[in-house]
Ligand binder design. Structure first.
Ligand SMILES: C[S@@+](CC[C@H](N)C(=O)[O-])C[C@H]1O[C@@H](n2cnc3c(N)ncnc32)[C@H](O)[C@@H]1O
Length: 322
């Protein structure tokens, strides 16, 4: 399995103002590409707390960071519990925090989670944290829109098989800006009357059928300006399944609270809605609790964008705790 290539690596290292002995939290450890360089820059005694919701990411990161021994503390958890984790691990003072949202390349390409519409045989899962289970009891209703308290627990298959047409339409619109949200939601509800949609291919087939009908074409895949018709629905489902915007909103205040005075927070987003949340939150706290270091987000150089396509949508924002 190829290792994930960290985006904006040099920019992140510079952003965090690293030096020997500094303690850093990586909220999205992944394949530990950023973390490994952070450990080098804080050697010999700086510590790193590496958090990831995905047990397999933690296992891989342990292998990559083996040589750093007890300088690293691993935590399989959702970063939305940041303050509790820091307390339990007694990890203080905190000089730097990194967040690099979304999926890692092995998760997307090779781990059978159903993140990619191209992997038609994979189960429709899309959770980062596969430990959580979708439990329905008489007292706990199944899914509302982003149905708290069930977010993050239900697979994408459970979402598409259980949500109402209206709820699905809203998810596709809100998180994917999918133009055919209504038609796709209606087609899903019709299809699942016969059998449950279980695989990536089951959902892709429904989406392609809707597009073929709309565009009056027989083409197997009616590409739209080079984009696969399932792209937006898959993005929307992943965001909804993991409540990706909600966790960002909840973690940012905790990160600022957790930082020591003069500590730095570096946040990388890959989506305009994510970036807007970060930008607005930072603005709301500027000159009160923090100083904004990046008036405009840092983006990848031409060379990085060329070498690593994922970096093309990356935006890095940095603040310093007052
Ligand atoms: C883009 S990857 C990080 C890559 C990493 N910086 C590297 O250099 O390899 C994002 C990671 O964050 C994890 N993740 C996503 N949402 C999370 C959440 N709410 N809590 C904890 N981890 C999460 C994913 O499982 C994934 O491993």
């Amino acid at each position: 399995m190829d290792r994930h290539v960290p985006v904006l690596l040099n920019e992140v290292l510079e952003a965090l103002n690293l030096a020997s002995g500094k303690n850093v939290i990586d909220c999205t450890l992944g394949d530990a590409g950023h973390s490994e360089e952070i450990l080098k820059a804080t050697s010999p005694d700086g510590k790193l707390l590496g958090i990831d919701a995905d047990a397999e990411s933690i296992l891989r990161a342990k292998k990559f960071l083996y040589e750093y021994g007890d300088r690293v503390v691993f935590e399989r958890n959702n970063f939305e519990h940041l303050q509790d984790i820091v307390k339990e691990q007694n990890f203080q003072p905190v000089d730097g925090i990194l967040m690099d949202f979304g999926w890692s390349s092995p998760q997307f390409e090779e781990r059978g989670r159903g993140f990619s519409f191209a992997k038609t045989d994979e189960p429709l899962d899309m959770r980062y944290d596969t430990y959580l289970k979708c439990v329905h009891t008489a007292d706990e209703p199944p899914l509302g829109i982003d149905g708290k308290p069930l977010y993050g627990k239900c697979t994408a298959a459970e979402h598409v098989n259980m949500k109402s047409a209206e709820e699905l339409e809203e998810v596709f619109k809100k998180y994917g800006e999918e133009k055919l949200s209504k038609e796709i939601a209606a087609a899903i509800v019709e299809k699942r009357e016969g059998y449950a949609l279980e695989t990536v291919g089951d959902l892709v087939d429904v989406i392609l059928e809707v597009y073929r009908k709309k565009l009056k074409t027989e083409k197997e895949v009616p590409w739209i300006g080079g984009i696969h018709p399932a792209t937006k629905v898959f993005q929307a489902l992943r965001i909804s399944v993991n409540d990706e915007l909600g966790v960002i909103e909840r973690v940012l205040p905790q990160a600022i609270e957790t930082l020591a005075s003069g500590g730095r927070l570096a946040v990388i987003t890959f989506h305009s809605v994510e970036d807007r949340i970060v930008k607005h939150y930072f603005k709301s706290q500027d000159k009160k609790l923090i100083t904004i270091i990046t008036k405009k987000p840092i983006i990848a150089s031409d060379q990085e964008a060329e070498e690593n396509p994922r970096s093309r949508s990356a935006k890095l924002r940095i603040i310093e705790k007052m």
